[in-house]
Design a binder for this molecule. Structure first.
Ligand code: GAP
Length: 431
C-alpha cells in the first residue's frame, strides 16, 4: 500500500488536500494523472450504464437539498456511528471498529458509547437569524427519489427503468483511513432502478451480473473480487437484501460497491413526508403502483484505489527493475507517449507533428528528453499502454515503432495507421 501511495504522490495521481497547511484528514485532491484516471472511469461507467441502455436516464442534482429529505430518508434518525473515547489518551474510536473493551492505543478505560451523526452540517442563508441548518448530501440517491416524478414525466420512461447519477457525497467519518478508501468527501456512481415488486429478484440478479462485468471489463483481476451477502439481521433500515462487491486491497477485503433491494421504502417515505403522490401510473396496464427500487451504488474513489492497487507491478526488463502500472488502455490516463529517437535531424519535428494530430482524439504525451529507455520507463510507471517512436527509418518510409507497455514488444506501423491502432486498442472495443 505504501508503494501505491508514494507513486500516487510522486507522479501526480493523488495528493492530500491543503497539504501546505498540514492537510485535512479524509480529504484528497486528484492531480493531473489522477483526474484523467477518474474521468475515464466515470465516463466508461456512464457510457456502459446510461448511454448504451435504452432503459436508463441520467441526473445531476444539487448537493444541498431540503432538510426534510434527510428526515424522510431516515438519515437524521439512523445515520449514526456509536463512538467511545479513551479516558486516558482522549483518542476517539468507532465502537464497531474495536476488538476489545480497552483503548487500542494506550490500553486505557473507554467511556460509554455515544451516538454521533455522520452527516456534514452546513448553514444556508446570509443572516444568522434566518439561516437554516441543512446537510451536504451523504449519498447521491435521495435526489433521484425526490425528482422521480419529474423525471418519469419528462423523459416518458416506463417501469422498468433506471436513473443514474455521478456526484459528490460527504460523510463526517470518525476515522478516515486507508488512503482514499474511507474519506469525508468522495464521489458515488449510483443507479436507482425502478421495477414492479414481483420483479425485484430478477432485476437484482441482472445488476449482479452487470456490476461484475463492468469491474472486470475495466481491468480488475477477477480473482481479487468477491461477493459478500449481508446477513438479514445486519441489513440497513431500508434494505430487503444487500450484496457488496469487495476487492482484496493490500489492507484486506473492502467494499467497492453495494447492491441493495430498497423495495418501496424511499418513494413511500418521501410521499408521506412531502404529501406528494409518488406512485407510477402504467398507461398500458392502467395500474397505479409504487415502484420497487434495486440500487447499484459504487464509490468512484474506492474504484480508483482498487484500479491503482491492481495495476501496480514490479518486474525486470533487460536486467533492470521497473515499476509498471498495468491499467487497461480504456482507462489509462495517457494513451500514448510520442518520442523522437533523438532531437536532431528533423526527427523532433515529425514526432511533434504526429503527437499534435493524435492529441485531437487521445490523451498523449510528447517527450524528447533523455535516453529512449528512460522515456519508456517513465511512461510504464504512469501506466501509458503505448509508446510511439519516430526514428531514422521514419524519414525513409513514414513508419514508426509502437511499443506495448506490458510485453515491451515493438512493431512497425505506417504513421497514418497509428490513430486507427489506438482507436482499436484504447476505446470502444470491450472484452
Ligand atoms: N445509497 C446507498 C449508499 O450510499 P453505501 O454503502 O453507504 O450505500 C455506497 O455507499 C458506496 O459509496 C460504497 O460501496 C463505497 O464505495 C462508497 N463510499 C461510502 N462511504 C465512503 C467513504 N467514506 N469514502 C469513500 N467511499 C465511500
Amino acid at each position: 500500500m505504501e508503494k501505491v501511495v508514494s507513486l500516487c504522490k510522486r507522479r501526480g495521481f493523488i495528493f492530500q488536500s491543503s497539504e501546505i497547511y498540514g492537510g485535512v484528514n479524509g480529504c484528497w485532491d486528484f492531480g493531473p494523472l489522477g483526474v484523467e484516471l477518474k474521468r475515464n472511469l466515470k465516463n466508461d461507467w456512464w457510457y456502459v450504464n446510461v448511454l448504451q441502455r435504452d432503459d436508463m436516464v441520467g441526473l445531476d442534482a444539487s448537493i444541498i437539498m431540503h432538510p426534510q429529505v434527510w428526515v424522510a430518508s431516515g438519515h437524521v434518525e439512523q445515520f449514526h456511528d456509536m463512538l467511545v473515547d479513551c479516558k486516558s489518551c482522549k483518542h476517539r474510536f468507532r465502537q464497531d471498529h474495536l476488538d476489545g473493551s480497552r483503548c487500542p492505543d494506550c490500553g486505557g478505560e473507554l467511556t460509554e458509547p455515544k451516538a454521533f451523526n455522520s452527516m456534514l452540517r452546513t448553514r444556508l442563508g446570509v443572516s444568522d437569524d434566518t439561516a437554516t441548518d441543512t446537510y451536504l448530501r451523504p449519498e447521491t440517491c435521495q435526489s433521484i427519489f425526490v425528482d422521480f416524478k419529474d423525471i418519469y414525466a419528462t423523459s416518458r420512461m416506463k417501469i422498468p427503468f433506471g436513473i443514474a447519477q455521478i456526484g459528490k457525497s460527504f460523510r463526517n467519518e470518525v476515522n478516515p483511513r486507508n488512503f482514499i478508501f474511507r474519506s469525508r468527501e468522495f464521489e458515488q456512481m449510483e443507479i436507482e432502478f425502478f421495477c414492479k415488486e414481483p420483479e425485484e429478484a430478477k432485476w437484482f440478479e441482472h445488476w449482479l451480473e452487470c456490476i461484475w462485468t463492468w469491474y472486470t471489463d475495466v481491468g480488475l483481476n477477477p480473482k481479487k473480487i468477491r461477493w459478500f451477502e449481508h446477513p438479514k439481521e445486519a441489513l440497513a433500515h431500508y434494505s430487503k437484501r444487500t450484496t457488496d462487491l469487495e476487492y482484496e486491497f493490500p489492507f484486506g477485503w473492502g467494499e467497492l460497491q453495494g447492491l441493495a433491494n430498497r423495495g418501496t421504502f424511499d418513494l413511500t417515505q418521501h410521499a408521506q413526508h412531502s404529501g406528494k403522490d409518488l406512485s407510477f401510473f402504467d398507461p398500458d396496464s392502467k395500474e397505479r403502483f409504487v415502484p420497487s427500487v434495486i440500487e447499484p451504488s459504487a464509490g468512484v474513489d474506492r474504484t480508483c484505489l482498487a484500479i491503482l492497487c491492481d495495476a501496480y507491478e514490479e518486474d525486470v526488463i533487460d536486467e533492470e527493475p521497473r515499476v509498471v502500472m498495468r491499467f487497461h488502455p480504456r482507462i489509462a490516463p495517457i494513451k500514448a507517449g510520442v518520442f523522437p529517437l533523438v532531437k536532431k535531424d528533423g526527427l523532433a519535428d515529425i514526432a511533434r507533428d504526429l503527437e499534435r494530430k493524435l492529441r485531437r482524439k487521445f490523451a498523449t504525451f510528447y517527450d524528447q528528453g533523455g535516453a529512449i529507455g528512460r522515456r519508456y520507463r517513465r511512461m510504464d510507471e504512469i501506466g501509458t499502454p503505448f509508446c510511439i517512436t519516430v526514428d531514422y527509418e521514419t524519414k525513409e518510409n513514414s513508419t514508426v515503432t509502437i511499443r506495448e507497455r506490458d510485453t515491451t514488444k515493438q512493431e512497425r506501423l505506417p504513421m497514418d495507421e497509428v490513430g486507427a491502432y489506438l482507436e482499436k486498442r484504447c476505446t470502444s472495443e470491450r472484452n
